[in-house]
Design a protein around this ligand. Structure first.
Ligand code: G
Ligand code: G
Ligand code: MN
Ligand code: NA
Length: 252
């Protein structure tokens, strides 16, 4: 309850903020998209979202928290666009949120407020989010795509029925879970499975993004397999808006 009380205070004081991790074109290294990752600044460093998102969700604080952090993320990307730094923004959408009847309308309001096109946004959804009501989830995805949003299946390969999701839902992108990437360089079977997933995703016209790329050797293998985009500590860590803005200005 102590954490919950402090989280309420942080939300009321609007101190939570988004960090941004670049997602780069696998061949050119150009930053094409940034994933917003919430951070809670404390006197002694940052608290990881893994520690407070479950608390926020259980306490019913997630919708308010998401609104504040997304508003900042969208405003930051708006400002980057104004100076010609044209990156897409990727947002993690929790299962509960994706299920909520308010989700689409609230997102539309925030995106309009930031004067961004929905086509500049990627919504990252995990398998868990579409587990509940298949028909409702399918309809919501189609509605979002008709508005122009891109939809990614996040952490692909960690769930139980990943393959059936691929033919049941109209994803645009597939984010390959970092557990596959971690095994690439020393596990022949993992390498074959990864190559097959990428080939299958391409058959379905999905853009493939590999997560958790930590080594040059992993990047080289993913490039050889035709992986479209990569993300991970080998490329860039999650950065503050200011640090990433400086980096992108420097790189262009
Ligand atoms: O940011 P990493 O630094 O620790 O994030 C840990 C987990 O929290 C990841 O699974 C990520 O998808 C999730 N996460 C990070 N930021 C957000 C957010 O703003 N909203 C939601 N729903 N999940 C987030
Ligand atoms: O679940 P999701 O894929 O949204 O998780 C994003 C999380 O992955 C964030 O916590 C982010 O900090 C973390 N992350 C990003 N790049 C790497 C990496 O190269 N290695 C590891 N171990 N984690 C990473
Ligand atoms: Mn993600
Ligand atoms: Na992921």
């Amino acid at each position: 309850l102590e954490l919950e009380a402090r989280l309420r205070e942080a939300i009321a004081a609007d101190t939570l903020l988004p960090y941004f991790q670049p997602i780069v074109n696998a061949d050119s290294g150009q930053i094409v998209c940034v994933e917003a990752l919430v951070r809670w600044p404390q006197a002694n460093g940052m608290v990881s979202p893994a520690a407070f998102l479950p608390v926020a969700e259980a306490a019913g604080l997630l919708p308010g928290l998401e609104r504040l952090v997304r508003r900042k993320a969208l405003a930051t990307v708006r400002a980057w666009h104004d100076e010609g730094l044209l990156v897409q923004l990727s947002l993690n959408v929790s299962a509960a949120e994706f299920d909520s009847p308010h989700f689409v309308g609230e997102l539309a309001m925030l995106v309009r407020e930031a004067r961004l096109q929905p086509s500049m946004l990627v919504l990252e959804i995990t398998e868990g989010a579409v587990l509940g009501n298949q028909d409702a989830a399918q309809a919501r995805m189609q509605q979002l795509q008709a508005s122009g949003y891109r939809i990614a299946i996040d952490d692909f390969g960690t769930g139980y029925s990943s393959l059936s999701y691929l033919h049941s839902y109209p994803f645009d992108r597939l984010k390959l879970d970092r557990s596959f990437v971690a095994r690439l360089t020393h596990d022949e079977r993992a390498r074959k499975v990864t190559a097959a997933i990428i080939a299958m995703a391409h058959e379905l016209s999905l853009v493939v993004i590999a997560e958790g790329v930590e080594e040059a050797a992993q990047l080289a293998m993913l490039q050889a397999m035709g992986c479209n985009q990569v993300q991970g500590f080998h490329l860039h860590r999650p950065l503050s808006a200011q640090a990433l803005g400086e980096l992108m200005r420097h790189l262009r």
